[in-house]
Design a protein around this ligand. Structure first.
Ligand code: PRP
Ligand code: URA
Length: 205
């Protein structure tokens, strides 16, 4: 049971501009890419590597290469804003999709789509920018576990204390990597200070 907050100062800088309500969707998407890249590096610091014998132009040597494939599972729709940097930097990535949408009145997430690759031998990174009540993250990880995922990490940009507690209660073994831990939820279950509705700001809806 562990919560890891992004240590790099660039993370705080990028997050401040993401939070700014004057930031328009095009810049918002760029900033989402940048902070997700930092989170991708932090969330994979402990990836296993294995020996690989190669020949440089000078001689033979043994290097290290990643031992396991990665599966990235963005929670639709806002999770798509975090996907690209994982794809860009890791050589062996497949992508699974879990579609969940919070009801505007109850804030309870409803599942509407699921397509997952084989999960058993992979490190699975479930990504969603906002961990608010934690309901969406818990449901997504339930689905990933039911599909055979065992080595799972949850990655978000902003977490609330309530969301962290709910996720840790439901899935205590799963590490959480977050860009920031905010103060609280409001009555409508939005994060404060937060950044508003991530999906709407990402896609200009
Ligand atoms: C947002 C966000 C998370 C969820 C977090 O998605 O992207 O998936 O809310 O809230 P929770 O922790 O209380 O479950 P939303 O349901 O608004 O759908 P969207 O991604 O399609 O905008
Ligand atoms: N979903 C969002 O996009 N923002 C919040 O603050 C909470 C849930």
């Amino acid at each position: 049971m562990s919560l890891h907050l992004l240590p790099h100062p660039l993370g705080a800088h990028v997050l401040t501009h993401l939070r700014d309500q004057t930031t328009k969707p095009a810049l918002f998407r760029t900033l989402s890419y940048q902070i997700s890249l930092l989170l991708a590096l932090e969330a994979t610091r402990d990836l296993a590597t294995t020996d690989k014998l190669i020949a440089t132009p000078m001689e033979s040597t043994t290097g290290r290469v990643l031992a396991k494939p990665l599966v990235i599972v963005p929670i639709l729709r806002a999770g798509l804003g975090m996907l690209q940097p994982f794809h860009d930097i890791f050589p062996d990535v497949s992508v699974g999709y879990v579609g969940l949408e919070r009801d505007h009145q109850t804030a309870v997430a409803r599942s509407y789509y699921c397509k997952l690759p084989p999960l058993t031998a992979a490190r699975v990174l479930v990504v969603d920018p906002m961990l608010a009540t934690g309901g969406s993250a818990v449901q997504a990880i339930d689905i990933v576990k039911a599909a055979g995922g065992t080595e799972i990490i949850f990655v978000c940009i902003v977490a609330s204390p309530e969301g962290v507690a709910t996720l840790q209660k439901a899935h205590p073994e799963i590490p959480i990597h977050a860009g920031a831990l905010d103060r609280e939820l409001n009555q409508k279950k939005y994060i404060l200070p937060g950044l508003g509705d991530f999906g709407d700001r990402l896609y200009g809806t």
